[in-house]
Design a protein around this ligand. Structure first.
Ligand SMILES: [Fe+2]
Ligand SMILES: [Fe+2]
Length: 153
């Protein structure tokens, strides 16, 4: 347990570092899904592998968050955050399910037709949901620890 009134910079730094890493993965995938990719597009298998990697990474990240105690600590420090913290945790399985659906529906062929548009839209929607999630999560922890991480989105 983190002593009241003190922020553990190592643990919180780790959380924020993971969020930055997730952003980098999302950006790389966004480039893969980009419709006009002059230099040729990434093969479907590479995109699928990257999505699966993201899913594994995300699952691990969520487990760490759920077991890491940041959210509980935030609630202990500021009880009014409990609803927001519960909502954030409830989003974890939904986000993983959304990503699973995206992988399941990914076209199997390297043909950029309508099925790719659908997959690209699905990925863009997933990205928005994940980034909104991380923003809400940062806000809960930031308020709980009364600390400005200087990390907006
Ligand atoms: Fe989370
Ligand atoms: Fe997170």
């Amino acid at each position: 347990m983190i002593p009241s009134g003190r922020v553990d910079p190592v643990i919180l730094g780790h959380l924020l570092g993971q969020h930055r890493d997730l952003h980098a993965r999302l950006l790389a995938l966004r480039a893969d899904f980009a419709p006009d990719h002059d230099a040729g597009h990434a093969p479907v298998k590479a995109i699928r592998d990257r999505l699966l990697e993201l899913r594994d990474h995300l699952r691990e990240h969520f487990v760490q968050e759920e077991q890491g105690g940041f959210l509980e600590e935030s609630i202990a420090r500021m009880p009014r955050l409990s609803v927001a913290a519960r909502e954030v945790v409830a989003e974890h399985p939904r986000l993983l399910a959304e990503l699973d659906t995206l992988v399941d529906k990914l076209p199997t062929q390297d043909v950029r037709d309508d099925s790719w548009d659908e997959a690209a839209h699905g990925f863009a929607a997933f990205t928005e949901h994940l980034l909104a999630h991380e923003r809400n999560e940062n806000a809960v922890v930031q308020q709980g620890y009364n600390e400005d991480f200087g990390y907006g989105d």
